[in-house]
Design a binder for this molecule. Sequence first.
Ligand code: GLN
Length: 311
Amino acid sequence: MQQELTNKLQQLYEDALSTCQQGSPADYIPALAKANAQLFAVSIASQQLTTQLGDSTERFTLQSIVKVISFMVATEARGVEEVMHYVDLEPTGDAFNSMIRLESSKPGKPFNPMINAGAITIASLLHGTTPNEKVDTVLDFLEQLLHKRPSINGEVFLSEFDTAHRNRAIAYHLKANGFIVGDVETALKAYLLLCSIEVTTQDLAKMGLFLATDGEGAPFISPHILKITKALMMTCGMYNASGKVAAFIGIPAKSGVSGGVLACLKDATIEGHHGAIGIGLFSPAIDDVGNSVASMHMLKQLADHYHLSYF
Ligand SMILES: NC(=O)CC[C@H](N)C(=O)O
């Protein structure tokens, strides 16, 4: 059922919308730079209800948000022990594309699956030998969850593939240290294709609800893997602002440089929504760390107003 908008939610949305100009769209991926910085959409989904604010049908690429999904799919396929042989579960405090710890810490194992190094390793662990076969395992999962197969934005993929010098360096460094399974270019291409999967905030809210309900009634991911995934979102999901997001918002969330944010709440109340809730947000203007300014403002206001912090 689609919810009538309350004045409060509308007011929080308008307040957050006014913060868009404090950021700007990511420009290190050329195709993302031309996004309309004024776009802002919020979707809230619970088992009873969905709420849409702004342009919730606008499509954007998942970018780093896909790291949550590919981690779940790879870990379901391989098991926690095998995955942890290749990727740790520790926050870094560094930028998402940092390479420093691959060299400064021995044996150069990526610290967690939410940074680029960890996500490229995870892409190498997905079943399949070609990039498309690997990506299909994630698309299959999303198709079951969303009841439609998401598309890949070819322009964004090519734009990033052509300029992926840093990710390529990370991938080869990982390979040299034994943390890429199989062909390194295959892992890199799979990772970049995964980042280019297109969604709307409505899709993100459904993904959030899936996580929030511990996978109830949706494609199977073991409960212990969902628990690890949400812990990773809380500790590592918001780049090197993860600690502050945990402290001041207190909701497991994952953002991407296209301006999307995925959040989930196990048991909360937001207007007519009660119980497990998924939230999807999107606004392309991001801050220095890489988090969407309006989306984070909205999430903070929601957390304060509806007492959503886990702590
Ligand atoms: N933070 C992000 O969203 C990064 C994803 C982007 N595709 C990259 O690898 O740089």
